[in-house]
Write a protein that binds this ligand. Structure first.
Ligand code: ZN
Length: 835
């Protein structure tokens, strides 16, 4: 009894301790900004604060990172608002038209979402998240209590905990007793790959629309449940830059409304007031543009919000203190003060303009529902390939884009693949209507040619979904009624007594199925030509699973086929109507390859991370990561395929260092080089040759009287003049030789995201599997000088080297892992080529 009493008293004391609201300084035991706080302590602070202030704060876990760290959202408002929080959230969805159960209340509070620390080594902002939370709850801060009456604040303390801890743990290991402000000291120079990226080296601020990463998937799901009026994404930039806040720079996408532009200005002017009174430097309207749809500012903007990027100096190099170029010392405390100021100022402006923000927000969505954004009103996906269509449907679902069926005869639409208006028919065909809440986002993602208000941009300029997913689509100017969509699954007929099975191989979903079969040790073959069996025709590359060699494994095959919804059919025998019988040497067995990837110093971390993620998380296939500066004959002893992503490689630059790798290829190894790795391999004379920019020289010779002054340029135009050589990322049609296993499953063309001007000479000995001919640019911005160069060359090729092969991609086929239609190419390179 006595012990029970003691535990009761203990519990009481503990919960009283818990119940106390503490400032970050009190809780952490050090002054905010005097050291970097590891993620778990930030998590603890949020949990304890939620316990202390349950009437004003709700804490939700929305996911876990790859390394097992918690992803959290804190929702803060007055006790009155918190008591009806779910009503507020639902009402907000009624404003957008996503929820239609009853009319929306337009006197609702405004919702402000603050996203901290998306880039892990921009580490001041998660420190700020604690201070922001505290000041919103602090009973003695009357101002914030007043703001909360008509605002709900959503705080994400850290969007990228794995990246943040990578930075913070490293920094805490290398910093001395006192911080060293000397920018050349080691604490200002992060090791590879740096803390910016997540576990798989993805830039989470390029992933909002695509949602390839677990952090983004969890966050955007929550985002779509709330649809805030204001979203702020806190960043850091180089140590010598003044603070950047809204309004953003050109180019603005044309769907951004006048209201959205103007209100950025209102917010910026409020920030400026505080920065002016403190004498702090800042800039607006430069550098950070609003165009690419997967940023933390544009994605909210295309979802009706005022989306903004705030940039403080200090990323990666900042440490606790650093001497900048102008001789000042920038401290973590300064960085916290600036980001805290814009956090508070944003909430202040939102509260002061709550009614207007709500009414404009509603108007935005009323317009979308009534008029549809853009000239095209219905996007009709006539693609037959089920795997590709399904990947697209998943994309619609995670973005809250409604889709359905259309039927119509002799419809007129823009064919993305031919670039022309054409007549087509639709029968229960997948379609997306522009008349819906996500109309602006749909327009941005589907527009055939993105219209730039200015061409100096920070990022790629083309991402049209039909090219990304490789799906035949028509953009139609008229409104076509869209019915509920019903997706027809494959109905497979299986038989245990079968001679074997055939599985269509035509999309990345089928590559995933292939790796599942290989992992299950099921023997898979493919025919190198098309064939017909019992009157049905099958394409080259069709997967052939025979009883021979797979005795006792058919039931496992059947399980996998049904799990993957593979398009399989039964074989009763091996005699084909046309094409090779399965005993032919033109029918190849797929040997399960051992795959390695080069990584580490010198390698582009994003490019390596994409391959790592593709194998581990998408193909579920083992891959060994080898440090690039340790690659030699012994490292490759048991490796069948070596993937070399974009980067700078010693073994390609120094002859001696490369000799053993070259020998490994000559003895039967397969090396896949991409992007800069391909051009370095070409320069190292392994057998492929970069095409020279002949056009440049010719142009100089032909200079006529009119442009003899072309070299005389105005200094103030230097940024604009530079872009003639620019290719920030545009879409090109690549003609494919789909009789080569590298292009199995594709038609005779493929749309590639071209990120650089590299082209290779046509090979006489090798296979020019993907080539770019004249005027093959399909979408996006390419500078005039570069456009001249990109034609008549190879961009995807295979070259024999002794007993092995080199496969090269001039560009990254799986860019940011959103370029869905390139993934099967890389899969083919690994699993089909050279078998
Ligand atoms: Zn950043």
């Amino acid at each position: 009894m006595r012990s029970r009493l003691i535990s009761f008293l203990l519990l009481l004391t503990c919960s009283q301790l818990f119940a106390q609201l503490k400032s970050p300084d009190e809780f952490l035991g050090y002054q905010l900004g005097s050291k970097f706080t590891p993620h778990y302590k930030i998590v603890n602070y949020f949990h304890q604060t939620a316990l202390a202030m349950p009437q004003m704060m709700k804490l939700e876990k929305y996911g876990e990172t790859n390394e097992g760290r918690e992803l959290l959202l804190a929702i803060v408002s007055t006790p009155e608002n918190m008591a009806r929080l779910d009503d507020i959230r639902k009402n907000n969805l009624r404003l957008t038209g996503i929820l239609k159960d009853k009319a929306a209340d337009i006197t609702a509070p405004v919702i402000v979402w603050l996203s901290y620390n998306v880039h892990g080594n921009e580490a001041s902002s998660s420190e700020v998240s604690m201070k922001t939370l505290y000041e919103l709850l602090n009973p003695s801060n009357a101002q914030t209590k007043n703001w909360l009456k008509n605002t709900v604040i959503i705080i994400d303390p850290c969007l990228n905990p794995d990246g943040r801890d990578r930075y913070v743990n490293w920094f805490n290991q290398v910093v001395g007793k006192n911080a060293d402000a000397n920018p050349n000291s080691r604490e200002h120079s992060e090791p590879w790959p740096g803390g910016r990226l997540n576990h798989y080296n993805f830039d989470l601020n390029r992933d909002w629309a695509w949602q390839t990463q677990v952090e983004t998937q969890g966050r955007v799901k929550k985002y779509n449940e709330w649809m805030p009026q204001i979203h702020c994404d806190f960043h850091e930039q180089g140590i010598n830059n003044p603070y950047f806040f809204a309004p953003a720079a050109e180019p603005f996408h044309e769907v951004i409304t006048k209201w959205q532009r103007d209100f950025q200005g209102v917010i910026g002017r409020n920030h400026a007031r505080y920065f002016d009174s403190n004498g702090w430097l800042y800039f607006t309207k430069e550098t950070f543009d609003l165009f690419y749809p997967a940023y933390g500012d544009t994605y909210p903007i295309y979802n009706g919000a005022i989306g903004m990027t705030y940039e403080q100096a200090g990323h990666s190099q900042g440490g606790l203190a650093v001497v900048t170029n102008d001789g000042d010392t920038l401290t973590l405390k300064d960085r916290i003060a600036h980001h805290f100021t814009t956090s508070m100022s944003t909430i202040e402006v939102a509260s002061q303009n709550a009614a207007k923000l709500i009414s404009e927000f509603k108007k935005y969505f009323d317009d979308a529902g009534a008029n549809g954004v853009g000239e095209y009103k219905t996007y009709v996906v006539t693609e037959n390939n089920a795997g590709k269509r399904e990947a697209l449907l998943k994309f619609f679902e995670v973005n809250g884009i409604k889709y359905g069926n259309v039927t119509g005869k002799a419809l007129k639409g823009y064919n993305y693949f031919t670039g022309k208006e054409e007549i087509f028919n639709a029968t229960n065909t997948l379609a997306v209507s522009a008349y819906q809440p996500k109309s602006a986002l749909i327009k941005v993602l589907f527009e055939p040619k993105s219209k730039l208000s200015d061409s100096v941009t920070y990022d790629i300029t083309a991402w049209s979904l039909p090219f990304v997913y490789g799906v035949q689509t028509f953009a139609v100017k008229e409104k076509i009624p869209v019915d509920n969509f019903s997706f027809k699954r494959y109905a497979n007929l299986f038989s245990e007594s079968a001679y074997g099975y055939l599985v269509n191989y035509e999309s990345f979903a089928d590559t995933k199925f292939l790796t599942a079969l290989l992992n299950a040790k099921i023997k898979v073959r493919y025919a190198e030509r098309d064939f017909t069996y019992k009157g049905n025709s099958y394409q080259k590359g069709t997967l052939i699973i025979l009883k021979k060699g797979n005795e006792g494994k058919f039931s496992r095959f059947l399980e996998l086929a049904s799990e993957w919804e593979a398009d399989a059919s039964v074989l009763d025998g091996g005699f084909m109507d046309t094409g090779f019988d399965f005993g032919s040497e033109k029918v190849h067995m797929i040997k399960k390859p051992t795959v390695a990837l080069l990584t580490g110093k010198g390698v582009n971390p994003n490019a390596a991370g994409e391959v790592w993620h593709l194998f581990e998380q998408q193909l579920n296939y083992p891959i060994s990561l080898i440090n690039a500066d340790e690659v030699d004959g012994s490292a490759l002893k048991n490796v069948d395929v070596l993937i070399v992503p974009d980067g700078s490689y010693k073994f390609l630059k120094e002859k001696d260092a490369g000799a053993e790798v070259k020998m490994w290829v000559q003895q039967g190894g397969k090396i896949i080089v991409m992007d800069n790795a391909a051009s370095q391999l070409a320069k190292a004379e392994w057998g492929i040759k970069l095409k020279k920019g002949e056009e440049d020289d010719k142009k100089d010779d032909k200079k006529d009287d009119k442009n003899i002054y072309a070299d005389v340029k105005r200094y103030e135009n230097r940024e604009r003049d530079g872009i003639v050589n620019n290719i920030p990322g545009a879409i090109y049609k690549v003609e494919l030789d789909n009789s080569h296993p590298l292009a199995f499953g594709y038609n005779n063309s493929y749309y590639s995201l071209k990120l650089g001007s590299d082209l290779y000479e046509f090979m006489k000995e090798g296979w020019n599997v993907g080539i770019i001919k004249k005027e093959n640019q399909a979408a996006g911005f390419v500078g005039s000088a570069t456009r001249e160069k990109i034609k008549d060359g190879t961009v995807i090729g295979v070259q024999q080297l002794g007993g092995g092969s080199i496969i090269f991609f001039a560009d990254d086929p799986i860019f940011r892992s959103f370029w869905e239609n390139g993934k099967m190419l890389l899969g083919n390179a690994v699993f089909l080529v050279g078998q």
